[in-house]
Design a binder for this molecule. Structure first.
Ligand code: ADP
Ligand code: MG
Length: 224
């Protein structure tokens, strides 16, 4: 196995609105090594989310190649894409998207059990991840009973629960105040490094981007 977890070649995506075609991605070539944390920097509207959605195999409609952990994922059918997402990828969004009726622990346990883990092992790992993210004292709180920073920490724990090769994070601290964003991002980066996952983290914040291993910039649909 190569130590490349992500390789996109010629990734292109356009949207048609009425008579107008917007070319959002115009041939993105991005290579991410195992364990590498890459900041995807670009102003609002530059196509960061579009790129992460394509790499996350959440949407079709793009051209080009996406290899994830050695598998050409762009041409897989729906079941194949679901398998790659489940086995290789973790997601963190700007808004936490936790299950509202389940507590913090359950939100981190459920994806592991869906992935085949037994309850005891899943609970042990959830507790360890949530404790490492300093929300070990909030295990039985539901999302609505958590602060924004705590919600995002639980979302980070959930994304890492199944030991993904690659974490895709779309402005993971974008909803938080500056001080909380700094702390949560630091915890996120530390845990991703400890776990040995790679990550692509979209942000429009240069200061946050500078804490990652490498910065790539989206400009006019290409990386520079
Ligand atoms: P970013 O995440 O960097 O803010 P996005 O990827 O969300 O940028 O959007 C890039 C561009 O693509 C924007 O101009 C946006 O309006 C357009 N776009 C994104 N999704 C769609 C869609 N489903 N239909 C039409 N246009 C879209
Ligand atoms: Mg976006």
């Amino acid at each position: 196995m190569s130590d490349v977890v992500l390789e996109t070649r010629g990734l292109a995506r356009s949207f048609t609105q009425g008579e107008t075609v917007i070319h959002v991605l115009r041939g993105v070539d991005l290579t991410v090594a195992a364990g590498e944390i890459v900041a995807l920097l670009g102003p609002s509207g530059s196509g960061k989310s579009t790129l992460l959605q394509a790499v996350g195999l959440l949407e079709g409609g793009f051209e080009g190649s996406i290899r994830i952990a050695g598998t050409e994922a762009a041409r897989l059918d729906a079941a194949g894409r679901t398998g790659v997402r489940r086995d290789q990828l973790g997601f963190v969004y700007q808004f936490h998207h936790l299950l509202p009726d389940f507590n913090a622990m359950e939100n981190v346990v459920l994806p592991q059990m869906i992935h085949g883990a037994g309850r005891a092992a899943a609970e042990e790992r959830a507790t360890a991840l949530l404790s490492a993210l300093k929300v070990g004292h909030r295990l039985t709180h539901r999302p609505a009973q958590l602060s924004g920073g705590e919600q995002q920490r639980v979302a980070v724990a959930r994304a890492l629960a199944n030991r993904p090769a690659l974490v895709l994070a779309d402005e993971p601290t974008g909803n938080l105040d500056e001080t909380t964003a700094d702390v949560v991002l630091a915890e996120f980066l530390r845990l991703v490094r400890e776990e040995g996952s790679a990550a692509v983290v979209a942000t429009h914040n240069e200061r946050l981007a500078s804490r990652m291993d490498r910065v790539v910039r989206l400009h006019e649909g290409q990386l520079q």
